[in-house]
Design a protein around this ligand. Sequence first.
Ligand SMILES: Cc1cc2nc3c(=O)[nH]c(=O)nc-3n(C[C@H](O)[C@H](O)[C@H](O)COP(=O)(O)OP(=O)(O)OC[C@H]3O[C@@H](n4cnc5c(N)ncnc54)[C@H](O)[C@@H]3O)c2cc1C
Length: 350
Amino acid sequence: MHKNFSKYIIVGAGLSGLTSAYQLEKAGETDFVILESRDRMGGRIHTNDGIDFGATWFQTHHHNVLKLLDELGVSKFHQYSKGRSVLVYSTMAPEHYFESDPNTPSAFRIAGSSSELIQKLAYALKDRIHLQTVVSGISEINNTVSVQTDKGVFTAEKVIVTIPPKIATRIEFKPALSEVLTRAMDSTHTWMSNAMKVGMTFRLPFWRDKNLSGTVIGQVGAVTELYDHSNAEENSYALMGFLNEGLRDLNAEDRKKRVLEYLITYLGEEIGAFLTYEEKDWSQDWNTSCESIKSVYMSPSYGNPVFAESYMNNRLVFSGAETSPLYGGYMDGAIYSGLIAAQKVCEKIE
Ligand SMILES: Cc1cc2nc3c(=O)[nH]c(=O)nc-3n(C[C@H](O)[C@H](O)[C@H](O)COP(=O)(O)OP(=O)(O)OC[C@H]3O[C@@H](n4cnc5c(N)ncnc54)[C@H](O)[C@@H]3O)c2cc1C
């Protein structure tokens, strides 16, 4: 049996929701629950077999990520980029090779994989996270907010909704949200909800021995971007990248064949000796995506000011990467919005 009344409810155990929870806990506000539809925490941060199938990289300007990692004692390391990278710009012309400037450091990755950040954030919170709990309705009733789920009703003084705005339109809000807000939610693309990733592990980093970085870039092939994804300790070797969305409708076997053929062409026959091969199509994951997905490659503008307002008499606050005016869509935006949301709910109710 769960305790069905708490001071705060956080909807979503992704990076934003866990950041809010961690922040509330730090402020001594421990009376909250987190409701999460998936059977795991992390949302769009998801690591399997050491491969980050969701968020992976961050840069020196992502101050919120850097600060949080530092505070949690999570190390970072540079994306491997030594050696020659391949640029495939045409199916008719030979590939190009280029080398990264060693004076321009590559992006960072989280040592121990991206899910390490999630595990560390959630370390002290696990007893308050309700997994496999799908929120379907949020109503303001008698100075409280009542949250309907498939596991019963939870009630709180205030609620933070961290679900990507587009899919939060599935929730029935009572009283109904304004048309302006609903329209803004519906038109906010969920960053990377259309992405398909592939990850392969290998016994040895054969590409490094050939002075190849493992980077293969090109919109014309089966894999649009590929990178070395070996671990920080350099004792577990992998390649990870993005699949061409043109392969989405192929069956899994045909797609894999196309991917392997393509990578054999540019990295060598050794590709065929993978230990594991796995794909993740986020467009098929209803906790992130929806029927009307769009292929968006440049980060759209995020942080619509309507998401900065509070609703239901300051009892309902929106958060999440897409609501953030700062690095919207990215991990940094998710953390920033989570910090702001925690601050907002701690303010006095009018
Ligand atoms: C393939 C891919 C690659 C990416 N690469 C990068 C990168 O390299 N660098 C970077 O900075 N960012 C990257 N991102 C973006 C990054 O993952 C996000 O910015 C961040 O993880 C978003 O966190 P969030 O908490 O805002 O949202 P989410 O992680 O989406 O969390 C929302 C949570 O709400 C839950 N939920 C949904 N519906 C319900 C419901 N009805 N009831 C209860 N819970 C619900 C979801 O299951 C989820 O756990 C990538 C994302 C993807 C998918």
